[in-house]
Design a protein around this ligand. Sequence first.
Ligand code: NAP
Length: 271
Amino acid sequence: MALIRVLVSGACGSMGGYVSRAVDAAPDMRLVAAVDPAGVGHSLGDYVPDACEETRQLTVGGHLAAALVGSNADVMVDFTTPAVVMANIEAALNAGVAAVVGTTGLSEIDLKTVARMSEAKGVPCIIAPNFSIGANLMMRFAAQAAPSFEYVEIIERHHERKKDAPSGTAVKTAEMIAAARSTDPLSVVPTERHNVPGTRGGVLGNVPIHAVRLPGYVANQEVIFGADGEVLRISHETTSRACFMPGVMLAIRAIRDLKGLTYGLDKLLQQ
Ligand code: NAP
């Protein structure tokens, strides 16, 4: 079997570094290009010194469209920023390169646009707000519990450098919970007086979401269901970004057999 040729977009970021290392270590993949304005002209080895010689010698590029064509990549993996991700997806699909996207902050309209572009170009795209297997199970269990409870709230906790709020995982969880309750919508406990505006969180699909940003956290989420006399708490804790790599690798391997846009890792996990 030919090696899967992977381009990493955002290669010099926290997630990009993990992805570069994981692709470098995968026997069925080859890291063929790294793009990131933060490291243009540097060797990728400055960011992933533990990679093999060939990967360390790659020069980080700043122009994605050129790198997509020049590297003859099969798959682009994107962990960048909400401001640039749509342009990056468009560039990959235009170049006929399948896109695995972990960058969060995409709106519902963005997802529809990507689905249309992916269909029109005949090039698959996977967008997953969370690539950790445990977090995806947490979301699945929350959707499973949703029909049995009328009230639920989400608390997500992330590191202080996170650019968007709430997290893509919290948004996806709220959507899954709301969908599971679509015939019998959830209720939100009313508050008579808001002494400090915003303290009851932002509400999506009748699910209040509270976003904590503090140094010390990587990415955590609790889904809390409440009913008379009981509380059910489904919680997931990320202690290292390494937890996202099995999901990213799964997506890189699976994408060639998919069509159009796949949103969420759940679709790739065994039911
Ligand atoms: P980060 O450390 O800030 O890395 C982002 C990198 O992308 C930075 O080096 C940034 O450079 C670079 N970049 C900016 N514009 C770019 C462009 N046009 N092309 C290529 N690279 C570009 O952030 P992170 O912690 O790695 O997170 C990245 C994204 O992944 C965020 O949206 C985060 O929420 C998401 N995330 C998703 C998952 C998941 O499982 N789906 C897990 C963790 C994080 P500059 O510093 O110069 O801007």
